[in-house]
Design a protein around this ligand. Structure first.
Ligand code: ADP
Ligand code: MG
Length: 304
């Protein structure tokens, strides 16, 4: 019979943790440069992946060096929306098979992209150790970018809260549906508590903004924002910024079927115009990039 030696495992874990901490000190010494924007939602299927991928392209088009991380560890699919073939996923990084740099691929629209992994149930609930490893790897690459867009999984898992802890801006996505709104409120409540009791100063400073997706009109977008922001102000004493709305548009599912980001496939459709306006708002909040605006943005600007 083979006897399992726990003490060896523990020693191994402790030394890995020490090595990791030493690495972190190095990383912290380097100035944090990128603005981290986490796209989260209470309810699933409200358009996080659609918004995160197209927003990343719109920000890149404004001259920000942008990287998109698919942080949905259960149902990753940003690669489909972007139409890229991953060469590796987070699963390879967490297992130590590959470095994060080895799995970064160039996606359409001048965006760097880190693919997530689907159907690996253990990853949906990472251990504290793995979460630490993942966040440390992200910090190592961030110096090369101006913006990190994080496409998170739905709901209030420990993973999502940890990722949002890293964010400068938490973009909560909801639709006008009552269930999506209730879930968005629950999500905002969790972040409000995190800001109060959370471990990092960053969480305390992060701004929370709402984007209403799938609105049938500007009016519906506005009303939905006012309702949610009103409740958050009254019960949580938390300001929720108005980041605008995105109209329901048949070009969005059409683009997904073509595996082409809507903002590149249909840059003049109503959903793309809303996304460009959102990128403009966020870009102003983050400050203008040094680089001059790309040709794509100048061309697109003629239409909006
Ligand atoms: N503004 C919109 N108009 C029309 N369809 C949309 C819109 N936003 C999202 N969708 C559709 O909703 C579905 C779910 O979007 P997705 O981004 O995968 O959601 P999540 O990442 O939150 O689970 C997609 O098939 C997408 O085409
Ligand atoms: Mg998604």
């Amino acid at each position: 019979m083979v006897r399992h030696d726990d003490s060896g495992d523990l020693r191994d874990q402790a030394s890995r943790l020490r090595r990791m901490m030493a690495g972190d000190a190095e990383v912290d010494a380097a100035r944090r440069s990128a603005h981290a924007l986490a796209v989260v939602s209470g309810k699933g299927g409200v358009g996080k992946t659609f918004v995160a991928s197209n927003l990343a392209i719109a920000l890149a088009a404004r001259g920000h060096r942008t990287i998109l991380f698919d942080m949905d560890m259960g149902l990753a699919n940003a690669d489909i929306v972007l139409g890229v073939e991953p060469v590796g996923t987070w699963s390879d990084v967490l297992s130590g098979r590959r470095a994060l740099d080895e799995i970064i691929v160039e996606a359409p629209g001048h965006v760097s992209f880190v693919p997530g992994c689907s159907g690996v149930t253990e990853l949906a609930n990472l251990s504290e150790f793995e979460r630490h490893r993942l966040l440390a790897a992200m910090r190592r690459v961030e110096a090369r970018y101006d913006v990190m867009v994080l496409d998170c999984g739905a709901g209030i898992s420990r993973n999502v809260v940890a990722v949002a802890d890293l964010a400068d801006t938490v973009l909560v996505l909801a639709t006008p549906e009552p269930t999506a709104l209730t879930d968005a409120y629950a999500m905002i409540k969790t972040f409000a508590q995190e800001r109060q009791w959370g471990s990092s100063d960053r969480a305390a400073l992060a701004s929370i903004g709402l984007v209403v997706n799938n609105a049938i009109s500007r009016r519906e977008g506005r009303d939905t924002y006012e309702r949610l922001a009103g409740v958050a102000a009254r019960f949580l004493h938390l300001p929720v910024a108005d980041l605008g709305y995105i109209l329901r548009d048949d070009h969005v599912p059409a683009a997904v079927r073509q595996r082409r980001p809507v903002i590149l496939g249909y840059p003049r459709c109503s959903a793309s115009s809303c996304l460009l306006a959102l990128a403009g708002r966020l870009s102003r909040e983050m400050g203008r990039p040094e680089a001059s605006q790309s040709l794509f943005y100048r061309v697109i600007n003629l239409f909006v």
